[in-house]
Design a protein. Structure first.
Length: 112
C-alpha cells in the first residue's frame, strides 16, 4: 500500500500544481486555442484587424475581424459558441472562454 501511495502522490501533485499563472495561460490560449490563434484575426489585444482585401463584381471589398476587447462577457461567450461570418468554431470550455476574456481585459483595472 505504501508503494502505491508513493506512485500516486507525485502524479497527484503534478496534476494539481500549475507551472504557469492564469494570466500566462490566458495569453497562450489567445495565441493558439485550437490550431490558429485569435490574434491572427483580432489583433494582439483584440482591437480587430483587416484580414483580406478583394474585389467582388468589380467593387473593392474588405473582410475585417471585429474588435473583441470591448464586448461584454455574455456577447463574447455567445460569439465563441456559434459559427458566424468566417469565425471558426473552437469548442472551448467555459474555463477557456473565461481565460480568453481575462486576457482581453487584463488591463481594465489599470485604466480606471
Amino acid at each position: 500500500m505504501k508503494s502505491l501511495l508513493f506512485l500516486i502522490l507525485p502524479l497527484y501533485l503534478l496534476a494539481t500544481s500549475s507551472f504557469i499563472t492564469p494570466t500566462e495561460y490566458a495569453s497562450q490560449l489567445y495565441k493558439n486555442p485550437r490550431g490558429i490563434g485569435c490574434q491572427k484575426c483580432h489583433g494582439d489585444n483584440g482591437e480587430g484587424k483587416l484580414i483580406a482585401k478583394y474585389k467582388h463584381k468589380g467593387m473593392d471589398r474588405s473582410f475585417r475581424a471585429p474588435k473583441i476587447n470591448t464586448v461584454s462577457y455574455n456577447k463574447f461567450y455567445r460569439a465563441l459558441n456559434k459559427r458566424k461570418n468566417g469565425m471558426p468554431r473552437y469548442f472551448l470550455t467555459d474555463k477557456e472562454i473565461a481565460a480568453l476574456y481575462l486576457h482581453l481585459h487584463k488591463n481594465d483595472k489599470k485604466k480606471k
